[in-house]
Design a protein around this ligand. Structure first.
Ligand code: ATP
Length: 227
């Protein structure tokens, strides 16, 4: 199993007491599949992604990424695990204004220690895969919202992640561009065998998923198979 959450509980300080953001959550995401997480605002969806990304440590339970239990890992080991195995796509692309599309990707992979020429080649391959081969040397202000989000997705794939965590990637896009970004995520998940988790408010996305799970008050309802 590429991503496994078992009996994960996460609380945040809340005045005198604690607020339970994740309540005994279990989730398994095999390679090459997409799981959508839906649920009302404040139900814990972003917390689930943060825990799966090893950015937040749960109070209890197990988070296993690419077969490795993260519980005993140091911060440095988790950081290395994220670099090697986890791609994260946030809602807003957060591209660096002064860099071209290709450079956004190259910077992401710089820490992996690969030679610059190899990084440039891989960046161009990925930009081609997301349909932006001709935009490699454009800066964010020269790209549309949909194109920026595609750069964002390509950047998350730069280190060949086994787990891809995506938070509402289409919320800033119109319907057509949102559908194109979703198509891209489905294709990349299959081609690159990532275990993809997608938080979405858009019900239209769900029929493209392998599974949909619902968060309610920090609890994950029984998975519902996509129609
Ligand atoms: N850093 C934090 N400190 C304290 N409480 C937090 C923190 N982050 C989230 N929460 C609380 O935890 C609960 C779950 O929040 P979370 O952001 O995971 O929900 P969500 O489903 O992603 O919401 P949305 O759809 O609005 O983004 C909410 O009650 C929220 O207020």
């Amino acid at each position: 199993m590429t991503l496994l959450l078992h009996d994960v509980t996460l609380t945040y300080p809340d005045g005198e007491s604690r607020l339970t953001a994740l309540d005994a959550v279990g989730l398994e995401v095999p390679a090459g599949t997409l799981t959508a997480v839906v649920g009302p605002s404040g139900s814990g969806k972003s917390s689930l992604l943060a825990v799966a990304a090893t950015l937040v440590t749960p109070d209890s339970g197990r988070v296993v990424v690419a077969g490795r239990d993260t519980a005993p890992m140091s911060a440095a080991q988790k950081s290395a695990l994220r670099r090697e195995h986890i791609g994260i796509v946030f809602q807003q692309p957060n591209l660096l204004a002064s860099l071209t599309a290709a450079e956004q990707l190259q910077v992401m992979a710089h820490l992996s220690g690969r030679p610059a020429r190899q990084l440039r080649r891989r960046a161009l391959e990925l930009l081609d895969a997301v349909g932006l081969a001709d935009k490699a040397d454009k800066r964010p202000h020269q790209l549309s919202g949909g194109q920026r989000q595609r750069v964002n997705i390509a950047r998350a794939l730069m280190n060949e992640p086994t787990v891809l965590l995506v938070d509402e990637p289409t919320s800033a896009l119109d319907h057509e561009r949102g559908a194109a970004v979703l198509d891209l995520l489905v294709t990349l998940t299959r081609e690159r065998s990532t275990a993809t988790v997608l938080v979405t408010h858009d019900r239209a996305h769900l029929e493209r998923m392998d599974r949909t799970v619902t968060m309610t008050d920090g609890r994950l309802a029984d998975p519902v198979a996509a129609a």
